[in-house]
Design a protein around this ligand. Sequence first.
Ligand code: SF4
Length: 202
Amino acid sequence: MHASGCARLVRDIRACRHCQGLPEGVKPIIQADAGARLLIIGQAPGARADAAGRPFDDPSGDRLRHWLAMDRATFYNPGRVAIMPMGFCFPGRGASGDLPPRPECAPLWHARLLAELPGIRLTLLIGQYAQRAYSPRPFTRLTDCVAHWRELPEDYLPLPHPSPRNQLWLKRNPWFEAELLPELKQRVARALADVSNNPRLE
Ligand code: SF4
């Protein structure tokens, strides 16, 4: 029941044409299946992911997979990993990088999609937009949110955006690679290995 509901919803999202004014056109990019254990909530597809039609099919994705210690086959298996950005379409470029995700997207789709993902064991909040919307602990800056990762419930982890543009942030915050990344790898492996029934279904 859930699988077909999720598949129908994914089809509906891919057919969404709500935002007609997008500079690069409308192409919702989403990966989800009711069996997914890991949920990645990111920002919005970049130009390369938009061209490829796959989320994180770019240098940011290469770095993210490295952080997760995950190969491409696992990463792109919707039965294991769901990818739900704050905006499903590439929003276009601004003066200093990609524009913010379209604000109408998450309110339109997220609650319905989350209801179709009952098996999620771990949610990764990537970047400030996902953290503002979903961090269980309020914060003022991305660095505060990520630095206080131990204060969040075990099934959430905040991450900076894995963009190569963030090299300076990584350099300034060496604790991220030394302390958070080993924990991230462990929690991801644990989430994917968990095949028990979902408590939300019991
Ligand atoms: S950004 Fe979201 S709401 Fe806008 S067209 Fe794409 S899928 Fe629809």
